[in-house]
Write a protein that binds this ligand. Structure first.
Ligand SMILES: *Cc1c(COP(=O)(O)O)cnc(C)c1O
Ligand SMILES: [Zn+2]
Length: 500
């Protein structure tokens, strides 16, 4: 629908009005800085930042049920800039005018109800939110849509000149960054740093295809991250890791969509998110808190972060129940099938600590948990889910394995319903499936394939001495008939078919 087709009283808030008073806020010392420049750390103390809207209170003048209605009406509105996550512009980045908003198809990924058989098999009631259905096939597109829209605004309206965007990546950040930067070429150019051999072939091909300059760095993600942090402090580059707080704003849309798709009723809901650099879980908590403050929802769902045994610094930190005794210690990561989350020193850890504290304060109860799962459980749950008609990557398998763990630990009880974040598309991580099917995991992964979850293509043997078709050399006539008959007979035997 077009704006003028809505009832006059509905037109008032239909298009978000540019506004807000955004600042970068230091999470440690509280220092505020204007947003006219891209900065990533506090000039006073070096801590990470969040973007805060000092005029957030103005949004409370619109009652929560009215916001619900506005978001629901916007679903029907055919304005390209509002087709994606900017449907929630007021909650994220209201300073970006619609003419600067990038929309490449991100957001509004489906909540897919788990098949009944799968629910029975894992003993849980849940759905997946398929964030692999984003344009570069991971949730990272949400954050990039806001970060690059803001850069677009700086280029278009603030004469920012040419921008070189840069990021370190476990694969999906670089795919998303390169895609959105390419859309803004030549004003925006993109460089990405990848840990050599630690991203999948699909993830490596993505930024190459988008025309980014791709650099392979020895070590693991944490090493690449240090290099780009160093560069962002000293050179004219736009850092696109989730250290960039604009990314966090965009990723809040994940929470907004869950709320909207559940008609804003989040009672008894549990959201499971794999943790790597901890940007996503920060955004998810921040998003739900904004919704609660505006009375758009009336309860905060439980949020459960999931980490692999091979990369679990956040889990270890929260093992200590007394907040005063918790000690932050980065870990040295071991090879993990949840490779996109294989991070030993998450940049957003200070955000997690602060936002989890606020979240529980606002909820008045323990509401944030972190569970740890084995590599084996990640693989088994990914394969099990996909065998039941889902499209789940290794990190999505990690979410589901985390749900099972959370139920065992009594963190999730009967009557609660979970949303497992399937953070990327399965097709990016086929190598791990293949290693499972081939029983070829290097020992350090600690994965033993379960025969019932393995699968291999089968040769149709027993065609004997017959002539066979080949590419460019088709059969014809009697030879072809004979081939079809013999092949069908063999398949019927293998499939145990009865004649009709
Ligand atoms: C980046 C990523 C994660 C981890 O998210 P963080 O925000 O870094 O915690 C999980 N899964 C996939 C597929 C990712 O690309
Ligand atoms: Zn500070």
């Amino acid at each position: 629908m077009r704006v003028e087709q809505f009832a006059p009283e509905d037109q008032k808030h239909l298009l978000p009005q540019p506004g807000g008073d955004l600042i970068y806020r230091c999470l440690d010392c509280g220092t505020a800085q204007g947003i006219d420049q891209l900065v990533y750390t506090c000039p006073e103390c070096g801590a990470v930042l969040l973007i805060e809207d000092r005029a957030f209170e103005r949004l409370k003048e619109v009652p929560g049920h009215e916001w619900q209605r506005i978001f629901d009406l916007r679903r029907m509105l055919n304005v390209p800039a509002l087709k994606g996550i900017f449907r929630y512009a007021e909650l994220m980045a209201p300073v970006i005018p619609l003419d600067s908003v990038l929309f490449l198809g991100e957001g509004h990924t489906p909540l897919v109800e788990a098949s009944e058989r799968l629910k029975q098999a894992v003993g849980a009631d849940f759905c997946f939110k398929n964030d692999g259905q984003n344009p570069s096939a991971s949730f990272k597109d949400r954050g990039m849509a806001v970060a690059l829209s803001y850069i677009n605004y700086l280029v278009k309206h603030q004469d920012a000149g040419q921008v070189l965007s840069i990021c370190a990546s476990t694969g999906d950040t670089s795919a998303a960054a390169a895609l959105y930067a390419a859309y803004l070429a030549p004003e925006v150019k993109s460089a990405v740093l990848l840990p050599r051999g630690k991203v999948t072939p699909a993830q490596l091909s993505q930024p190459l295809g988008s025309g980014a300059q791709v650099f392979e760095i020895p070590g693991v993600f944490d090493d690449c991250m240090k290099v780009v942090e160093y560069m962002a402090e000293r050179f004219q580059v736009a850092l696109l890791n989730s250290k960039n707080p604009w990314r966090i704003l965009g990723q809040e849309s994940y929470s907004y969509e869950i709320a909207q798709d559940l008609d804003y009723g989040l009672a008894g809901r549990v959201v499971l998110v794999p943790i790597g650099n901890a940007g996503n879980i920060s955004a998810v908590m921040s998003g739900f808190m904004k919704l609660l403050e505006l009375n758009i929802i009336d309860q905060l769902p439980k949020v459960i972060g999931v980490q692999s045994e091979h990369s679990d610094p956040v889990f270890r930190y929260y093992q200590e129940k007394d907040p005063d005794k918790r000690v932050w210690r980065p870990v040295t990561v071991q090879p993990s099938v949840a490779q996109a989350a294989m991070i030993g020193n998450p940049v957003s850890m200070p955000r997690v600590v602060e936002l989890a504290r606020r979240y529980e304060e606002l909820a008045g109860a323990e509401r944030v948990f972190v569970v740890q799962v084995s590599e084996q459980a990640i693989m088994d749950h990914m394969l099990l889910a996909n065998r039941h008609g889902h499209v789940v990557c290794t990190q999505g398998g990690e979410s589901l394995a985390g749900l099972v763990k959370a139920i065992e630990a009594g963190v999730v009880g009967p009557g609660e319903k979970a949303i497992c974040d399937a953070t990327a598309h399965h097709l990016k991580f086929l190598g791990f499936q293949q290693m499972y099917f081939d029983d070829a995991f290097p020992e350090e992964f600690e994965v033993e394939p379960k025969p019932e979850l393995m699968n291999q293509p089968q040769e149709v043997a027993a065609l004997g001495e017959d002539e066979l078709p080949a590419p460019g050399r088709p059969l014809a006539g009697e030879a072809f008939d004979k081939f079809v008959e013999a092949t069908a007979a063999e398949l019927a035997r293998l499939l145990d078919l009865e004649e009709r």
